[in-house]
Design a protein around this ligand. Structure first.
Ligand code: NDP
Length: 328
């Protein structure tokens, strides 16, 4: 029986354990498209799955990895033929459906987005779920009506994956971007991505005022908790914040004051179950609106074997920008 290399999470008596293993192709789950995976990435959620720090894996054994790019090898789905280059983000990959850290993936054709023509597979995964989520956040803010003329915008967790792409995308659109980071040594890096102001993380982690001085017309937040609460209280009248992450915690110690006294809007961003047309819109825009030089600057490549070590690093907030995982 044919086997392939995969990063497999197993249940143990004390929790879970992840390691490189030979996975039997016969044990792949149902799906109408089979893909030879070329690249995946390391996202925060992958860190949680590999270390077992949060129960994101809900089926065992599980192949970790929430996103991949690769080439279709067989398909009974009307939209896909062998040889097509495809991207898959979310849909339970690495959580409930066997995931991306594997030489072979079998998924539903309805989950797939075509790799944009001018994008190499590696570039697609340098963007990965983090970058696609940053674009979904930008789309939400622009649907709200935000433009660069409304004033400065803020990105939290700025030196992380979502944050780095968000800074680059907003700067490219002409926004004045304040980057919030707990790593002041990354100030030059963030400025190279287009940040105009660097704010210490501590500026948003203090006690939350119901309303603070109005500073930002909008924001993209990958941190949550007190940071998001402070951000809401600093958002200008009629402004909007896109909340997409929880790197600082799941809770949200805010009040209704920003919403009912300043008309501030809070948009929730979910990349996992996001409908296909919105994904296609996001990837289409990512093809043209993200500076490839900046993307290269924020990207590092690792092998499957390095995942356990890097999973610990991403949860510790030590990964800068994006990590691409070379598979096939
Ligand atoms: P990263 O680890 O790359 O980025 C997170 C960044 O947050 C860190 O680099 C750090 O930035 C900052 N940070 C970390 N810990 C803390 C803390 N305790 N307090 C304040 N800031 C902190 O992860 P990703 O970019 O991959 O993901 C970011 C978040 O977005 C995660 O919570 C992830 O689960 C979520 N996410 C959600 C998606 C969705 O569909 N909604 C999709 C993708 C990601 P710095 O050092 O600059 O301060």
């Amino acid at each position: 029986m044919a086997t392939f290399k995969a990063m497999v999470v197993e249940k143990t008596e004390t929790g879970t354990q992840a390691g490189l293993a030979d996975f039997d192709e016969a044990n792949l789950m149902d799906g109408d498209v089979t893909v030879a995976v070329e690249y995946s990435t390391l996202n925060y959620k992958d860190g949680l799955a590999i270390t077992g720090k949060s129960p994101v894996v809900r089926r065992f054994p599980m192949i970790a990895g929430v996103d991949f790019v690769g080439t279709v090898t067989s398909s009974s789905h009307p939209d896909w033929r062998p040889g097509d280059k495809v991207i898959c983000n979310g849909w339970g990959l690495g959580e409930t459906h066997l995931g991306a850290y594997a030489e072979i993936a079998r998924v539903k054709g309805d989950w797939l987005v075509r790799l944009p023509a001018s994008m190499s597979p590696r570039v697609a995964m340098a963007i990965g779920t983090a970058g696609y989520t940053a674009m979904l956040s930008l789309i939400a803010l622009e649907r709200h009506g935000l433009t660069p003329a409304n004033g400065p915008v803020v990105v939290t967790g700025a030196a992380g994956g979502v944050g780095s792409v968000a800074v680059a995308l907003l700067a490219q659109r002409g926004y004045s971007v304040a980057a919030v980071t707990g790593r002041p040594e990354q100030a030059d890096y963030l400025k190279s991505l287009g940040a105009t102001e660097i704010l210490e993380r501590a500026a948003l982690t203090g006690p939350v005022k119901m309303l603070a001085k109005e500073r930002f017309a909008g924001g993209i937040d990958s941190v949550g908790s007190t940071t998001l609460a402070n951000l809401l209280s600093m958002t200008r009248y009629g402004g909007a914040v896109a909340a997409c992450g929880l790197a600082g915690g799941m809770e949200l110690p805010t009040s209704v004051a920003p919403f009912i006294l300043r008309g501030v809007c809070l948009y929730g961003i979910d990349s996992v179950m996001c409908p296909l047309p919105k994904r296609q819109e996001a990837w289409k825009r990512l093809e043209t609106e993200l500076d490839r030089h900046k993307l290269a600057e924020m990207t590092e490549e690792i092998a499957l074997t390095e995942l356990p070590e890097q999973a610990v690093a991403i949860l510790a907030g030590q990964v800068r920008g994006r990590i691409v995982v070379k598979i096939g």
